[in-house]
Design a protein around this ligand. Structure first.
Ligand SMILES: [Zn+2]
Ligand SMILES: [Zn+2]
Ligand SMILES: [Zn+2]
Length: 262
């Protein structure tokens, strides 16, 4: 299983427009963060499974950078704009492959359908429209995509309520992606335990009602005890190099373009 980080920034992206702080002016490419999204790929001789988590405002640029010409499915974590608002740009992929299956909870679908109702019209015969076949899923409902099993695990996004983390299990290992996380309920925590790679929200050093800060993210990592952990959804408060120097060995900051093999 290959994990490609397409975006690792908070909702503003980094650099922030109009900001001249040290991180926003940094020349380290790892300090340039598009909005949070990840691509999970598994290839066998016959089939490539390519699962995308979230379609934020940088979706188009992320598909171009990662050279994606086909998506097996789109999985959404929740309905905030920084995770959905690029959906219109699925158009060229739909032109090539037709309908793309999309999976989310009922609340996220309600929001997606309010903004992008034209993407969910079924049986369109002509190209030129984004075409998504929507599926609402329940927490812990496992979806099988050839060799990859994907399961939504409920987490708290603070005042924004319950959203999905996603667990991916392939023959080679287990990966959990928990963006936009303020707390992890016990049932999900138990399920996440001992995974090979754990990706978690770590917004900044100071507290935030809807997101883990670094201290809280490290506490979650202690409990889950993954082999490796990566921070995502990061603000301009955290410069890549200087933040990473303070972290335990198994915990790194993810950055746009980072690829992991499990
Ligand atoms: Zn977000
Ligand atoms: Zn800044
Ligand atoms: Zn959010």
């Amino acid at each position: 299983m290959t994990i490609r980080f397409l975006g690792t920034g908070t909702s503003y992206g980094v650099p922030y427009a109009g900001c001249d702080c040290a991180v926003c002016r940094s020349t380290d490419p790892r300090d340039k963060r598009l909005r949070a999204s990840v691509l999970v790929e598994e290839s066998s001789e016959e089939v490539v499974t390519r699962l995308l988590v979230d379609t934020g405002p940088d979706f188009r640029q992320q598909m171009l950078r990662a050279n994606v010409n086909h998506l097996t499915a789109i999985l959404w974590t929740h309905s905030h704009n920084d995770h959905i608002i690029g959906l219109d740009d699925v158009r060229p992929l739909s032109d090539k492959q037709g309908y793309v299956p999309g999976y989310c909870d009922a609340r996220t679908f309600e929001r997606l359908n309010a903004v992008f109702d034209y993407c969910f019209i079924q049986n369109r015969e002509h190209p030129g429209f984004p075409r998504i076949t929507p599926h609402t899923v329940e927490p812990f409902q496992t979806l099988q995509f050839d060799a990859v099993a994907a399961t939504p695990l409920p987490i708290s996004h603070g005042r924004a309520g319950e959203i999905f983390a996603w667990e991916f299990v392939a023959p080679t290992g287990r990966f959990v992606y928990a963006s936009d996380c303020a707390a992890i309920p016990d049932a999900s925590l138990e399920r996440m335990q001992g995974c090979d790679v754990f990706v978690v929200d770590a917004l900044r050093h100071t507290a935030h009602p809807n997101h883990f800060n670094i201290t809280q993210a490290l506490e979650a990592i202690e409990k889950i005890d993954p082999k490796r952990a990566f921070f995502t959804h990061v603000t301009h408060d955290l410069g890549h190099a200087e933040t990473e120097a303070t972290l335990p060995d198994r915990v790194r900051l993810a950055y746009d373009g980072l690829e992991l093999k499990i």
